[in-house]
Design a binder for this molecule. Structure first.
Ligand code: F0G
Length: 469
């Protein structure tokens, strides 16, 4: 059979509420044109993130009942530890409530002011936690590889180490897949060579493993078809000294994460730090039932029929949009399709927030929630001049929750995007009317620059809705 089907059927359903166009208009305005401020029930298709939004399996739900909620030494911890160690090969496993908690703990132990941490691209929270310790988070992506757009630039790595000296690099990382660069994978060859360079310089190597199974799948498809996903995962992680994992992605869990390391000495330091804020080392901020769900979810994420379906559904969405001429990052990774909002809305300058204009338009068109990754997220307003400093790319991420949406949901998304694309010239830019000092995209308030924005809304006689926030 050529048709790839979802390797699961539905046992429980979560109804979608269909909010009218007119009501979408009202709630968007109330939200200050910031989709983080929407109530989830006002969203029809939620593509804000693939993090913590997976549908759990029957086995995971069944496993919840086995959760041992003892404060210390719960049996769920030992099942969790066994699962992590058997997949990743690290003996020491520390649960945390989510990825960034692991980042805070690891970097506050290892990273000192003035030091440098290299990566293909640091995810925002990773960068923030490194910088919070006074160090520099350095991105060295290799930009030229189409199939493995998540590779790290090995020549740049060597140049950088030689420039600052290996003593000032307490650890070096790679993010699999590279979320901040379109969810692109890194090749096995690239990871192994990177590890060898770090070993030569005596620099510990850590992996951000949030999407480790998706990365392994793309290695299988593009580089090593003869290996299983499990074999690829083992080869990747056996060259590392440790990893950080947000289990909200390829852990198939709604919450959780872990740090896993080889060194007993480092582990005992991390545990002392963990106890300060996350909890006792056998639960680390999670309940026993969460540990059970992750222990199983890590294996389910490596299931090759699941990964094939994941690839097919993401590529289906991307291919149909490309066929309609919609600009996007091609090839996509597995967890998201990234629209190129700059090319989608070429009449808007980055300062007019084309990504956010598109995000708002997709919500108005069809109740789809997506996320701007561009000047709203990474640009800034100069305090003295009020000048808006643009980011280098303007993207909109359609992140795809795992095992949640079907092909007809994606057909709906495609229709909406193509409709918007056909009347893109009518879409005007946005301006920021209020913003906080840090991480402005989460809470900034915006408004459209033109009353005539969002063509149909004006036709519905709702243009007055944009008057005041
Ligand atoms: N590393 C990567 C590569 C991530 O994508 C994320 C989260 C984290 C670390 C932090 O993990 O959220 O569990 O604290 N990414 C989410 C996203 C938020 O939408 O891409 P966390």
């Amino acid at each position: 059979m050529k048709t790839v089907i979802e390797p699961f059927r539905t046992k429980v359903v979560e109804p979608i509420r269909f909010i009218s166009r007119q009501d979408r208009e009202g709630v968007l305005r109330k939200a200050g044109f910031n989709l983080f401020n929407l109530k989830a029930e006002d969203v029809i298709i939620d593509l804000l993130t693939d993090s913590g939004t997976s549908a759990m399996s029957t086995e995971q739900w069944a496993q919840l009942m086995r959760g041992d909620e003892s404060y210390a030494g719960c049996s769920s911890f030992f099942r969790f530890q066994e699962a992590v160690s058997s997949i990743f090969g690290f003996e020491q496993v520390i649960p945390v409530h989510q990825g960034r908690a692991g980042e805070r703990i690891l970097f506050s132990e290892l990273v000192k002011p003035g030091q440098h941490v290299l990566s293909n691209t640091h995810f925002d929270t990773t960068r923030a936690n490194i910088e919070n310790n006074g160090a520099r988070a350095v991105d060295l992506p290799e930009r030229s590889n189409r199939e493995f757009g998540g590779n790290i630039d090995l020549k740049a790595v060597v140049r950088y180490i030689d420039k600052v000296g290996s003593d000032s690099i307490p650890l070096s990382m790679i993010t699999l897949t590279n979320n901040s660069a379109g969810g692109q994978p890194a090749a096995l060859a690239n990871i192994l060579e990177y590890a060898a360079i770090l070993k030569k310089y005596g620099i510990p190597f850590f992996i951000d493993a949030a999407r480790f199974a998706e990365n392994a799948w793309l290695i299988k498809r593009r580089e090593h078809p003869e290996l299983t996903v499990m074999e690829i995962v083992r080869r990747v992680f056996e060259v590392a000294d440790g990893c950080l994992m947000s289990a909200k992605k390829d852990g198939m869990a709604n919450m959780g994460g872990f740090i896993a390391v080889r060194s007993h000495e480092l582990c005992s330091r991390l545990k002392q730090n963990l106890i300060l804020t996350e909890g006792f080392p056998t639960y680390g901020g999670l309940s026993g039932r969460d540990l059970e769900c992750i222990a199983l979810g890590l294996f389910e994420a490596m299931d090759e029929s699941y990964l094939l379906y994941r690839e097919k559904s993401t590529f289906y969405l991307a291919r149909r949009l490309l066929d309609a001429g919609v600009p996007l990052i091609d090839p996509p990774g597995l967890h998201a399709v990234y629209l190129d909002a700059g090319a989608f809305l070429p009449h808007l300058r980055p300062q007019e927030l084309p990504g956010q204009a598109l995000v708002c338009e997709l919500y108005l068109e069809a109740g789809i929630r997506s996320c701007e990754i561009g000047t709203l997220m990474f640009g800034r307003t100069e305090e003295d001049t009020g000048e808006e400093i643009a980011h280098e790319v303007e993207l909109v991420r359609l992140a795809l929750p795992r095992r949640v949406y079907s092909q007809s949901h994606y057909d709906y998304v495609i229709e909406a995007i193509v409709n918007v694309f056909e009347r893109k010239k009518d879409i005007s830019g946005m301006r920021i009317v209020w913003q906080p000092q840090f991480l402005r995209h989460f809470s900034a308030q915006m408004e459209p620059k033109s009353e005539k924005l969002h063509g149909e809304a004006a036709a519905l006689g709702l243009s007055g809705a944009y008057d005041k926030l």
